[in-house]
Design a protein around this ligand. Structure first.
Ligand SMILES: *Cc1c(COP(=O)(O)O)cnc(C)c1O
Length: 346
């Protein structure tokens, strides 16, 4: 079966990184978050492009992800692991020269014991209660950890996509008091935090979703384009149904295209009723249920049926699909299927 084409515009990715970098002062460093395989777009190529744009420090979620990024970037770039130093991670951290963000006293002890002298960072919990040392643990560990020379001290905002949320200020104050007197680079802001302004920038920012073209960076250029192959077309008469459950019934003589992509490729079943594909400029709605490997599309209004229908383009982006699916652009991006052939341009 012909597979879908996921095209990744590396020039747009770089432009988004530069635009986010320009939102903080010149002496604030911008890193790049490439976890979850570069938000689904392919961490190796994405990381290489961002290194070309100027990123020197990268973040992944888990040590295994860091290995793939190290292989792509070679020595030199710093690759940090949000998840820290888990049991059994020492070998891969050492092999790939990764910098774990240590999240607990336990992780700190494990790291210093297994890899004494190896680089590390510290992640603090400023109120999200997900990862990082609690203020009391940090107070107890702080002098010892700072004397050992961490690469950075960071925390993460829970509500940065809502600029007026009181949690932002609250976490800012909590983080400020935890890093008072700390002389190594500090970092609080992901994409949302960058947009909250200079108070949130400290010495290092950590953009992710905005670089990949998603909210909350409303000015982002689209990065992901997705074209789905048409494998069959058929005419249906008024009254004929299409797909599982007979949920769509033709009201006019219709031309239906069967397209090779489904929920196993990240086209969430729930997005079906509201989502369009495009034959050139002509919108062609998905009709009937999205199934595992296939969707059906009403192409009656298309002047001709192209070999590929476009799902992600300049008219319909990841956040439009997210709205249709009741989710966020992050989940759409990271669901983009493993079966897609990824093409990089730029
Ligand atoms: C995912 C993540 C980021 C990047 O967040 P975006 O909202 O995608 O910019 C930054 N920091 C941490 C700790 C994260 O988990």
């Amino acid at each position: 079966m012909t597979t879908s084409r996921l095209s990744i515009d590396l020039d747009a990715l770089k432009a988004n990184w530069r635009a986010l970098d320009a939102k903080s002062a010149a002496d604030v460093e911008s890193s790049a978050v490439v976890k979850a395989n570069g938000y689904g777009l392919g961490a190796p190529r994405v990381a290489q492009a961002l290194a070309e744009a100027g990123a020197r420090r990268f973040f992944v979620a888990a040590a295994e992800e860091g290995l793939a990024v190290r292989q792509a970037l070679g020595p030199g770039a710093q690759i940090c692991v949000f998840g820290g130093h888990g049991k059994g991670d020492a070998a891969i951290l050492e092999q790939a020269d990764l910098v774990p963000m240590l999240n607990s006293v336990e992780q700190y002890r494990r790291h210093r014991q297994a890899l004494p002298g190896a680089a590390f960072g510290i992640q603090l919990d400023s109120g999200m209660n997900r990862l990082g040392l609690e203020p009391a643990d940090w107070a107890a560990l702080r002098d010892e950890a700072l004397a050992a020379g961490p690469e950075l001290v960071m925390s993460h905002l829970a509500c940065a996509d809502e600029p007026d949320h009181p949690m932002n200020r609250q976490q800012l104050e909590a983080f400020r008091s935890m890093v008072a007197g700390v002389e190594v680079p500090c970092s609080l802001a992901a994409t949302g935090g960058i947009l909250l302004g200079a108070d949130y920038h400290f010495q290092l920012t950590r953009p992710g979703c905005g670089m990949y073209g998603g909210l909350p960076f409303a000015d982002a250029q689209p990065v992901a384009y997705l074209d789905l192959p048409v494998i069959q077309t058929r005419r249906v008469e008024p009254g004929e149904a299409v797909g599982y459950g007979n949920t769509w019934v033709a009201e006019r003589p219709s031309l239906i295209a069967t397209v090779a992509a489904g929920y196993a490729d990240g086209l969430h079943r729930i997005m079906g009723p509201k989502t369009l594909t495009y034959a050139g400029e002509t919108p062609c709605p998905i009709v009937g249920r999205i199934s595992m490997d296939l969707i059906t599309v009403d192409v009656t209004d298309a002047a001709e049926v192209p070999d590929y229908l476009s799902l992600l383009n300049d008219k319909q982006g990841v956040d439009d699909l997210a709205e249709n699916a009741g989710t966020i652009g992050y989940e759409i991006l990271t669901s983009l299927g493993a079966r897609y052939a990824r093409h990089y341009r730029g």
